[in-house]
Design a protein around this ligand. Structure first.
Ligand SMILES: [Zn+2]
Length: 277
């Protein structure tokens, strides 16, 4: 009897351990917080038609589950960007996230896909978040990008200064390449939109979802197998797109960074918010 009890307990223990290790089935939302008017396709898709212009939505992506509210990218809101880009449909990113039902203070983690202004500038709107970025991205855009021969288009020094402050506060996590950074949340590099841009996979109810961010700008990139127009390395970008296709059971679960069709392909839960399912 005693042996049986111990056996039963140890079986239960194994089962509980397995349960604890099963990643959450997250819910994932795409949230539009701004639209940049009249962008030429050629600025998004290599070889795209320069005469065709589209209104380009800007998104952040919310992942809920396992006691966490994880945000992929933080949008922008500072006045110089409003003045320069004159966005339509603008809702400050923290307010846009509130439309999806989560207060800014309740965002536990912020995964920065890359350091461009429209993805990083709003980071300080989420004051309690642990921040995750690739080490090579952080190091490049705080150092060599500003040396002779470096590239820093789209990087705002104030945004990098914020990351430095968060680092000194113990809230910045520097990631080395492909890693599962949180249960069921894995990041990958290779897209090379920026020096070390990353994309994210999420275990979710419909299966693994890829949040590509700007490693894929539009569905066109995936469908026509064309690199993004802004990349450090076109071949690496295409390889990353191929890898994304191997990570999902259905290509519709790869979510591009700026495609207006995301808002049509998935069910609307609030203004500018759709659930990926
Ligand atoms: Zn972008």
């Amino acid at each position: 009897m005693r042996t049986l009890t111990i056996a039963t307990l140890s079986f239960l223990g194994v089962a509980l351990t397995a349960l604890a290790q099963t990643p959450p089935q997250y819910e994932v939302y795409a949230i539009r917080y701004a639209t940049l008017p009249q962008f030429p396709i050629s600025a998004l898709v290599k070889g795209g038609d320069a005469a065709v212009k589209i209104d380009v939505p800007c998104y952040v992506w919310l992942i809920r589950g396992g006691g966490r509210n994880i945000l992929v990218d933080s949008g922008f809101y500072r006045p110089q960007f409003m003045k320069q880009w004159k966005p339509a449909d603008f809702v400050r990113p923290d307010e846009a996230v509130a439309r999806a039902g989560v207060k800014a203070a309740d965002i536990t983690d912020l995964i920065i896909s890359h350091a461009h202004w429209d993805h990083l500038d709003g980071a300080d709107l989420f004051p309690n978040a642990q921040i995750w970025i690739q080490r090579d991205e952080y190091v490049y855009y705080t150092a060599d990008a500003w040396q002779s021969g470096g590239k820093h288009g789209g990087i705002d020094p104030a945004d990098m200064a914020y990351l430095l402050r968060e680092n000194t506060a113990g809230k910045l996590h520097l990631v080395d390449g492909e890693q599962e950074i949180l249960p069921g949340i894995r990041v990958y590099t290779g897209g090379r939109h920026t020096f070390a841009s990353q994309y994210v996979t999420v275990t979710a109810k419909p299966g693994t979802i890829v949040l590509a961010s700007d490693n894929v700008y539009l569905y066109q990139n995936l469908d026509k197998h064309l690199p993004i127009a802004q990349t450090f390395d076109e071949q690496s970008n295409l390889r990353a797109q191929e890898t994304m296709k191997t990570l999902v059971k259905d290509p519709r679960l790869i979510i591009p960074g700026h495609d207006p069709a995301v808002l049509q392909r998935f069910p609307k839960v609030a203004e500018g918010v759709v659930r990926i399912e």
